[in-house]
Design a protein around this ligand. Sequence first.
Ligand code: NDP
Length: 420
Amino acid sequence: MNMKAAFSQFYKRTPEQRLAILAETLGLSETEQQELKRRAAQGDAPLLVENYLTTYQLPEGVAVNFRVNDHDYVVPMVTEEPSVIAAASNGAKQLAKAGGITATVRSRLLTGQVLLSEVKVYASIDDWVALHQNELLDVARQAHPSIVKRGGGPVSIRTRDLGEGFVSIDLTADVQAAMGANMMNTMLEAIAAVVQNKLHRATLFSILSNTGDRSLTTATVSVPVVQLAGDPEDAKQVAKRIAQASRVAQLDPMRAVTHNKGIMNGVDAVVMAMGNDWRAIESAAHAYAVQDGQYRGLSQWRLEDDQLTGTLTLPLPVGTVGGATKVLPLVGINQKIAQVHSPQDLMKLIAAVGLAQNFAAIKALVTSGIQQGHMKMQIRSLAMSVGATSLEVPALTAQLMPLSDPSEAHARQLLKQIRN
Ligand code: NDP
């Protein structure tokens, strides 16, 4: 079959027609087609993406033991990675014993850009925007009046000289409970139209910035050193090694990337469970990690006297309404489980999860090593990957555990023996 002809107008087909085309052109078996059909979602979720075919499912679990700002939380997490939820729960338990995590939201604003190019004299744009800032803010308000009615809306406008003739007009807005991408873009386009009409300048583009530096959230915790091991001398060593490992992530970008990946293991899992845009949170976090010119660990652990103090600051421009939050059926339930009533609640919880995840990872890394804790979950994944059913997984896992370096070949062989 001619691929080009088969996929012509693909977007106009129903999911069933798309499946039939894929099956024919790419040779999907009857079983594979049934699997794709079986996993298809009900409701409005299929309308979220183009060329919808089926629903790709990821596991959701809940991390427990979280104590944040003197309240107890259970946190839904969506991830395909074994050990993440166990580590978050374990880290949270140890931090709760120390009195729990304190989380604060520094600000909750969104910024967007109208970009101008080929500007010869920056001051001409800067002066014009300064002179017309009230008018421009009014235009933005009128472009999305409902956010003003909700108590939010445009807050400030300024310009930046980017060099090489590029100038950015930055709009900052209070987007209330939404992530705010679309309402920001609407306001920016209205400002761009005024720039074009009044300043007689074509704009290059108008779009929100994912920088998130006006949506910073900080989580902190102080752990008494004695709590870190049964023996007081061992505890001192553990605290010292955690602080040293944290310092390495400040000095070495190679380590910082992995340090931050561990934090994002928890952060992304909560962001996904809450139906938010995790690509936006990822890009904001990594940009923040390199804010002084060197990529560094997002969290720091410091040893002072008999306390190990951890701090994590993250840009978290998340929303509790809009986007996919009302379309994905589990988000509302997850918000209820996590007792999230506002973006600020969510920001604090995500930062707390990032900090607990980071604590659990570094502590394991500088004590038993990460592999020991991960082994059971990895072996369970290995058992599933060779086709063990839920009834066979426990027996196969038990047989793989004593092996020093179990491989896929071992798993297949042992599964065969179990089935015989
Ligand atoms: P929406 O476009 O869904 O806008 C938010 C909606 O929530 C509005 O319809 C608003 O109503 C409604 N709403 C109800 N209650 C409130 C409240 N208390 N506060 C604020 N709004 C409320 O979503 P966003 O503008 O938040 O955009 C998020 C989506 O944009 C995400 O899916 C993201 O992936 C995507 N996106 C991201 C980009 C990026 O990150 N670069 C770029 C483009 C899109 P009303 O209109 O009446 O005010």
